[in-house]
Write a protein that binds this ligand. Structure first.
Ligand code: AMP
Length: 409
């Protein structure tokens, strides 16, 4: 027996039913909002993340699955989607507005616990090539609707603006001074960060007391960032999307500017409780080699945590199970099953053509089918017995009627 690696999961039935529901909802909604599908490499040059995400970030410093491939290149299993998607935009010519949706596994070497896995799944949206605050709002609104559609309760949004790069240069100095003055009360991790990446100290739980009174980015925004943020807020209000200002929310990665946000739910409480997060990242494209700026905004929603917060869904997995009682009609049954499937009905049957009627009924119950159609001698007259499993109600009906009945249920 070779067990799976720590921090990875086998996602199997019955839990996988909720995953299917979530991924379908994401795909449907993305199409409805005009986002095209992007299928991205799971492995990228290490430099993409060290330059894009930032050397002094937790992800790059401690969590990447980095190794040398057989050709001597340093490669990394993607810890996030954004840097790869922006790379693909630049590599394919980098022009105009592109809206992309991607979903798949990410890899981070974390201390595994509830909602914190080493292989985890994200659903990701990126709005590339747009400066307007409406793009930030669309990304936030989409994420909110997705959580709503899959039944998440008590959805909360933490929203902040960290300003533009120029605003941050000035603000960083103010924050550094503040932190240096209180250095002796800070954790060693926070002390190390003062010069490297002081903004990260703001969301350090271990330093919450010191940080409580620290100057916050939102009080040091330039006029353009202020105007952008005001517009984001009023549009969200217009759309009826509730949010809270979280002045110490900065997000872990280096590439963000202006709007940043995270999603929470009252039905998922854990040490790491955010269901998703994102923001505007206008500086990223140039960090990874674009010759011109690419304004953009995106979100990454965490599937593992969202699934945990989703309600259990009852309901049937199949519309119909076809039981063959008269073996002379096995081939007819097979052809009928194929026809029903082509019409979009969820149908299964016993392909072995060996098991007893009782065993086939057991299988129908196991599959949580709505009804069973029994194919017996009366098939020759175009008839089957239809039994509704929940009520036990049984009647003889024509094959055509079964199809009509299925459409109504
Ligand atoms: P991040 O890229 O860190 O902002 O993550 C975006 C979302 O992905 C988070 O809000 C989580 O829902 C999810 N996420 C991040 N890291 C993990 C992890 N190690 N395990 C499970 N979900 C994660």
């Amino acid at each position: 027996m070779i067990p799976r690696l720590k921090g990875t999961d086998d996602i199997l039935p019955p839990e996988s039913a909720r995953w299917r529901r979530l991924l379908r909802a994401f795909d449907d909604l993305a199409e409805r909002y005009g986002y095209d599908l992007a299928l991205m490499p799971a492995i990228e040059p290490t430099e993409l993340f060290s330059r894009g995400v930032g050397e002094a970030t937790e992800v790059v410093e401690k969590q990447m699955y980095t190794f040398e491939d057989r050709g001597g290149r340093s490669v990394t299993l993607r810890p996030e989607f954004t840097a790869g998607i922006v790379r693909s935009y630049i590599e394919s010519g980098g022009q105009g507005i592109v809206k992309l949706a991607a979903a798949g596994p990410q890899f981070r070497y974390e201390q595994p616990q509830k909602g914190r896995r080493r292989q985890f799944f994200q659903m990701d949206l990126e709005y590339l090539g747009e400066t307007a605050p409406g793009a930030d709002v669309e990304i936030i609104e989409f994420s909110y609707r997705l959580l709503e559609v899959v039944g998440i309760e008590g959805i909360g949004i933490h929203l902040n603006s960290i300003g533009d790069s120029t605003d941050r240069i000035a603000y960083r100095e103010i924050l550094r001074d503040y932190l240096h003055q209180r250095e002796s009360s800070l954790s060693s991790e926070a002390r190390r960060r003062i010069d490297l990446n002081p903004l990260r100290v703001l969301d350090s739980k271990a330093d919450a007391d010191v940080v409580y009174d620290a100057p916050v980015p939102i009080d040091h925004l330039g006029s353009e960032a202020t105007d952008h943020f005001d517009q984001v807020r009023s549009m969200l209000e217009g759309l009826g999307i509730p949010y809270e200002i979280a002045p110490r929310l900065v997000r872990g990665l280096d590439y963000y500017n202006r709007t940043v946000f995270e999603f929470y739910s009252s039905s998922f409480e854990a040490a790491q409780s955010s269901l998703g997060g994102g923001g505007r990242y206008d500086p990223l494209a140039e960090l990874i080699g674009s010759r011109h700026p690419v304004p953009a905004v995106g979100v990454a929603m965490g599937c593992d945590r969202i699934v945990e917060a989703m309600p259990m869904v009852g309901g049937s997995r199949l519309d119909l199970y076809v039981v063959v009682a008269d073996r002379t009609h096995t081939v007819n049954a097979m052809e009928w099953v194929a026809r029903l499937r082509c019409r979009g009905i969820r149908v299964d049957w016993d392909v072995s053509a060996l098991r007893s009627v009782k065993a086939q009924f057991k299988a129908a119950n196991r599959c949580e089918a709505v009804a069973v159609a029994l194919v017996g001698t009366e098939w020759s007259q175009g008839l089957v017995s239809l039994k509704v499993l929940e009520t036990g109600e049984e009647r003889r009906v024509s094959v055509k009627e079964v199809e009509e009945w299925m459409k109504q249920h």
